[in-house]
Design a protein around this ligand. Structure first.
Ligand SMILES: [Zn+2]
Length: 236
């Protein structure tokens, strides 16, 4: 079974939102300098590369990332490709037929192709899409851009739509070489107390979404084109 790493390398070159804190490794002890061990510290935004947003990133009073349930970040997952013009919000009508098929849905937009060369016109999600997906049983949305809202959106409308429905968010994924289909997602955040996000090491198992216990979603009414699967939604 193939393991697909969908995490960009973390380095000082990795792009962060304008005004945010880029990654820096502070070397405190170094073998090459004659120290008897290597030791370093990290300075960085928590919205670094592939990362999970915590509820306290958007509505007032939300919990930090350490209080978030882990189940949404682990289990059957669908990757969809939505080839839209730069700057678009993905809308319900942009979903491929029979999507969503799994409780975790990752959007490959190809609109932020180089994480070390920031482009502000990346694609994002619409609040209407978030509402539709939540109704259909999706528990996590992920995207291959720095945010599920456009860079200039000060209201964070899709983040708020996610918060109102208790979904989880992954941003900054690398999906450029991932074919649409079903996988098993593993992308666990660190329990950083009070933090509004955490970097994750996000990987996909190329297993058709079958490695871990947990059902896929049933197809929408009247749809006969999707793969068969158990009929109960994932309670996670
Ligand atoms: Zn974020």
């Amino acid at each position: 079974m193939r393991l697909l790493d969908i995490t960009p390398c973390i380095s000082p070159r990795l792009g962060v939102f304008p005004g945010d804190t880029p990654f820096r490794l502070e070397v405190l002890r170094e073998l090459a300098r004659g120290d008897n061990f290597g030791l370093s510290a990290v300075h960085s935004t928590v919205h670094l590369g592939a990362h999970a947003d915590a509820p306290c990133h958007y509505p007032p009073g939300g919990p930090g990332i350490e209080a978030c349930a882990l189940e949404p970040y682990l289990g059957p997952c669908e990757v969809v490709r939505v080839p839209l013009p730069r700057g678009s919000r993905v809308r319900p009508g942009d979903l491929p037929p029979a999507t969503p098929r799994a409780p975790r849905l990752l959007f490959r937009t190809d609109s932020f192709p180089d994480p070390e060369a920031w482009n502000p016109d990346f694609c994002s999600l619409s609040p209407e899409l978030v509402a539709v997906l939540a109704e259909r049983g999706v528990r996590l949305v992920g995207i291959d851009t720095p945010s599920i809202d456009p860079q200039e959106d000060r209201e964070l409308r899709s983040h708020r739509a996610v918060g109102e429905r208790g979904l989880a968010i992954l941003e900054g994924l690398m999906l450029g070489s991932v074919e649409p289909g079903l996988y098993t997602l593993i992308a666990l955040p660190l329990p950083l107390e009070g933090a509004d996000a955490s970097p994750v090491r996000a990987v996909l198992l190329d297993d058709g979404g079958r490695s871990l216990a947990g059902p896929l979603l049933s197809p929408p009414p009247g749809d006969s084109s999707s793969a068969s699967g158990p009929s109960t939604p994932d309670p996670a």
